[in-house]
Design a protein around this ligand. Structure first.
Ligand SMILES: Nc1ncnc2c1ncn2[C@@H]1O[C@H](COP(=O)(O)OP(=O)(O)O)[C@@H](O)[C@H]1O
Ligand SMILES: [Mg+2]
Length: 145
């Protein structure tokens, strides 16, 4: 499961609520640099996250959650290719939450992402699609009836 959403969209909260043990780039930052916000070591963070996902795929774990923003196709391609190389089904879990809501939640938490960073992310964000290789796109929260 490739989780997609802005900071503050509720990705980590949801994954915790379902008792998942996601591979989270923020957790890897904490492991490597004692700081979940350190963006200066992203190459190592993503290499380590990729290695962990690969280990889970080789172990044939039934579900692997990758918790990162994954807002662009380029961000997601790594995970799609890795899953495909292991013949794994790959779904996007898309936190389709309005930017204003994410900003408000972000402002209220301890680890605040600067608002201009959220605006930059929003400008680059592309919704996940079947066309880029996902087997399914699941919206979270699910569309209301
Ligand atoms: N469904 C929700 N409704 C209201 N607040 C939420 C919801 N999900 C998360 N939050 C709050 O929003 C903030 C960001 O959530 P978090 O799960 O850390 O987002 P992300 O991992 O996507 O950055 C947290 O303070 C959290 O308590
Ligand atoms: Mg998070």
């Amino acid at each position: 499961m490739v989780v997609v959403g802005f900071p503050g969209s509720g990705k980590s909260t949801y994954l915790q609520s379902i008792g998942a043990h996601p591979i989270s780039t923020d957790s890897v930052r904490l492991l490597l640099a004692d700081d979940a916000t350190d963006q200066s070591i992203n190459a190592r963070v993503f290499a380590a996250a990729r290695y962990l996902v690969q280990q889970r795929l080789e172990l044939r774990r039934p579900v692997t959650y990758l918790d990162a923003t994954n807002l662009t196709r380029r961000d997601r391609r790594t995970w799609l290719e890795l899953a495909r190389a292991h013949d794994a089904r790959v779904e996007a879990l898309w936190f389709d939450v309005p930017l204003a809501v994410c900003k408000a939640r972000n402002a209220r938490r301890t680890r605040v992402v600067p608002e201009y960073v959220l605006d930059l992310m929003a400008a680059r964000a592309i919704p996940p699609s079947l066309e880029e290789g996902f087997d399914e796109i699941k919206k979270c929260p699910p569309p209301s009836k």
